[in-house]
Design a protein around this ligand. Structure first.
Ligand code: NAP
Length: 168
């Protein structure tokens, strides 16, 4: 998982705005290209996919990767993505068995929850913006278990703090 969040743990406002994120002063691309180059497969929630299509005005940003959009309402594929509504455990374990590079779980919160509940996430990279947005779409939803992590690194990109954890 590689995602940006506000200090109070939201990934977007309730009306899907990321203005608080875009106005934060970072440094270069805040490590994004280095991360992106480690990835060959991308998993996206349907609402995040719709958001990307709207904001990028049809210019899909992950054309060079194998992209799956999780959805129970959409099926099939287009030139950029394949829609999937398979069991996340079976689907992900099948992907992980294949030789390849990293799998990026893009989000949003709803899809992340499906993965965290099943303990499918190996690493968490959260880029924290110095803003309390007060309410919105939470990065983490409630679970009935604890997940212990190990801090691998902390990097500062001007006003952003990137926290990189792996699951113990
Ligand atoms: N800050 C960041 O870095 C960042 C990153 C990513 C997203 N975001 C923001 O997050 C917001 C969207 O997040 P969200 O939590 O509302 O939605 P989301 O996780 O992007 O998408 C939710 C949808 O994904 C599908 N889905 C989720 N789990 C599934 C499963 N196990 N099997 C099949 N389909 C599944 C369902 O689609 P159907 O309804 O089609 O069934 C569900 O309605 C947007 O505002 C986006 O901009 C921010």
């Amino acid at each position: 998982m590689y995602i940006a969040a506000s200090l109070d743990g939201y990934i977007a406002t309730e009306d899907d705005s990321l203005e608080w994120l875009f106005k934060t002063e970072g440094e270069g691309d805040n490590g994004y290209s280095d991360f992106y180059n480690t990835v060959d497969t991308i998993l996206i929630g349907r609402r995040t996919y719709d958001w990307i299509i709207e904001v990028e005005k049809g210019n899909f940003p992950y054309k060079d990767k194998e992209c799956y959009v999780f959805s129970n309402s959409q099926k099939g594929k287009n030139e950029n993505v394949e829609f999937v509504n398979k069991d996340v455990v079976e689907f992900t374990n099948e992907l992980k068995r294949r030789n390849g590079e990293n799998i990026w779980l893009v989000g949003g919160g709803n899809l992340l929850h499906s993965f965290i509940k099943e303990r499918l996430v190996d690493e968490f990279i959260v880029t924290v913006a110095p803003t309390l947005i007060g309410s919105g779409i939470p990065l983490f939803n409630k679970t009935d278990f604890e997940l212990e992590l190990r801090l691998k690194s902390i990097r500062q990109f001007n006003q952003f703090a990137e926290l990189h954890y792996e699951v113990k």
